[in-house]
Design a protein around this ligand. Structure first.
Ligand SMILES: [Zn+2]
Length: 168
């Protein structure tokens, strides 16, 4: 799959995203096509856009992670948009999914944002032991993830069928 370069509104390069993501950004009026593959277009019932090589965001965004980010508590809260992974309410603490006392570490994949109620309820247990369920899986934020998070599109891929982003 081709990658598309994403520029901030200030023309500063931010990241690359999959062609499919790039199409989502253009279709949602979040970005405009700056440079396209000559002669290639994506056509569907309501869409006819050139296949983007470079897109530029319509509004300037602050992107929280530029490179692969070192783990930090603050970073986990930003990644999870300050929402509790167990109940979706405002999170102020970071929970270790596998508790540190059981060998769980300070890693992106083992930590989630949590409200203080759920954090103390879960205590020194795994989610299974505590009868709690993660609403979202923790992930290591890449620059592309960070960009989609900043645009509020982390879950936006479902809106565009896979075939639509495939150049004809
Ligand atoms: Zn909670």
């Amino acid at each position: 799959m081709r990658e598309t370069l994403v520029l901030n509104a200030s023309f500063e390069p931010l990241s690359t995203v999959s062609l499919r993501r790039a199409v989502v950004l253009v279709m949602r009026d979040k970005a405009v096509v700056e440079q396209a593959h000559p002669g290639l277009r994506i056509r569907a019932a309501t869409v006819d856009i050139p296949v983007p090589q470079v897109i530029r965001l319509c509004r300037y965004v602050r992107v929280p992670f530029r490179q692969r980010a070192a783990w930090s508590r603050r970073g986990v809260l930003v990644r999870d948009r300050h929402r509790c992974a167990y109940c979706g309410r405002k999170a102020t603490t970071v929970d270790h999914v596998l508790p540190r006392s059981r060998g769980g570490g300070d890693t992106w994949l083992n930590t989630v944002a949590s409200c203080s109620d759920d954090n103390s309820r879960k205590a020194d247990r795994t989610p299974e032991q505590a009868g709690m369920r993660l609403l979202t899986e923790p992930f290591e934020p890449t620059p592309a993830d960070a960009l989609l998070l900043a645009l509020g599109l982390k879950d936006g891929s479902a809106a565009v069928p896979e075939w639509l982003a495939r150049p004809a």
